[in-house]
Design a protein around this ligand. Structure first.
Ligand code: 7TS
Length: 404
């Protein structure tokens, strides 16, 4: 039995009021909330271990270094990477994608193709467009259908001997679609192209196994999985990480520096220039422990119940349309009320203490596909309840009455 009431006690913020009403937090796809166990880990670091890492002879620095590297190993185990040096700490998903896109500058040639999907967040579009500008490569797009699924037959047509890289998200942030990444990776590998998977939205719901997926790069952000902001990871296969040049230059990423020539440090340090987010890296491990203690199977099962319940209740509202009805989707519902701007609904919900995101969700091509300015997005986490969904449904009905 999934004890949501017990879990909710771990999250201090869930007992606060917003605009005089109990907070109903349905903006989990933007960022997740933080349990006390993770907050305690942050405090513990600053109370007891704060020091710079990988450089001090003194005890504090060595202890902080050990904690940071232990967290890397924990993350390696969670993602089932072969080596801990295949886990690069980043500031988040966006940083990881930019690091890889920058690295491909010296690999791509004019006329090469790289493939994105129609379902991407801007952070998995823009860095690649910039890469195309630098190299003369072409950006091709896997189209979507009305349900918000990628059209695999069209994907296969895009693949050719010119294809060098494919990058898609594991789960769409705007619609919740779970993409068939196993198939996408297999087909890309058949023609010798590499694959990057943007796991920002998947990691709060699914435990990815990068070796079973045989994926070349996988990126994620801690703040979407109960961890702090400003830290994330890039997983890369060792061979790829050795091949890519460093992204930023600075301290810690070097073996030797002279004014004539600098040699670079081994993995993972080659990609970790400067003082990193040390507390964040350590606490990311604590967040992963927290989620694993609850269990990803239990989380997925419970969130799926929430999704089914909310979908059924919302669809009972006249003139409400859900965007993204893929067979395989996670606990995100994007919707609109006919003739009403999503922002207006979001503002009324906020007055009722209900946090949703409105707008294009940094996925403007999806909104263009549906010819809408944006949607209202309710995204559920394992600490949400059916009673909160009832509050959302009542709030949407109220907004509809006030705005029609
Ligand atoms: N990729 C996907 C699929 C995302 O959903 C996001 C953030 C990012 C990349 C960027 O992650 P960051 O941690 O580097 O910022 N998505 C959202 C969202 O849906 N609402 O706010 C942020």
């Amino acid at each position: 039995m999934f004890n949501v009431e017990k879990i909710r006690k771990d999250f201090p913020i869930l007992s606060r009021k917003v605009n005089g009403k109990p907070l109903v937090y349905f903006d989990n796809a933007a960022t997740s909330q933080t349990p006390q166990q993770v907050i305690d880990a942050i405090v513990n670091y600053y109370h007891n271990y704060n020091a710079n890492i990988h450089r001090g002879v003194h005890t504090l620095s060595q202890e902080a270094t050990d904690l940071y590297e232990q967290s890397r190993q924990k993350i390696q185990k969670h993602f089932h990477a072969k080596f801990s040096h295949e886990i690069i700490f980043t500031s988040g998903t966006t940083h990881g994608i930019n690091l890889v896109a920058n690295g491909f500058t010296s690999i791509l040639k004019k006329g090469d193709d790289i493939i994105v999907s129609a379902l991407e967040h801007h952070s998995n579009i823009v860095p690649w467009q910039m890469l195309c500008e630098r190299t003369g490569a072409n950006l091709k797009v896997i189209p979507m259908n009305n349900e918000g699924e990628l059209v695999m037959s069209e994907y296969e047509k895009l693949l050719s001997k010119n294809t060098k890289l494919v990058f898609v998200n594991h789960i769409s942030n705007a619609l919740g679609t779970i993409n068939p990444i196993e198939y996408i990776i297999e087909k890309a590998h058949d023609i010798g192209a590499a694959v990057l998977i943007d796991g920002a939205q998947a990691c709060p719901h699914i435990k990815p196994d990068v070796q079973a997926l045989d994926v070349d790069f996988y990126v994620a952000s801690a703040h979407k999985m109960c961890g702090p902001t400003g830290v994330g990871i890039l997983y890369g296969k060792e061979a790829w990480l050795k091949k890519l040049p460093p992204y930023q230059g600075g301290g810690e990423m070097i073996a030797e520096v002279t004014f004539e020539k600098t040699t670079y440090a081994d993995l993972p340090h080659k990609f970790e220039a400067g003082t990193p987010n040390i507390a964040g890296g350590i606490v990311f491990g604590a967040a992963i422990d927290y989620m694993n203690n609850i269990g990803f199977d239990a989380i997925a099962k419970y969130e799926n119940e929430l999704l089914e319940y909310a979908t059924e209740k919302l669809l009972q509202i006249d003139s409400l349309k859900i965007y993204g009805t893929a067979k395989n989707k996670t606990s995100v519902i994007s919707f609109n009320l006919k003739g009403i701007h999503p922002y207006d609904v979001g503002s009324i919900l906020d007055k009722l203490g209900i946090a949703v995101r409105t707008g294009h969700h940094c996925a403007q091509p999806i909104m263009d596909y549906y010819k809408i300015p944006g949607t209202i997005r309710a995204s559920f986490a394992f600490y949400n309840t059916k009673a909160e969904i009832d509050a959302l449904v009542a709030g949407v009905k109220k907004a509809k009455m006030m705005l029609s």
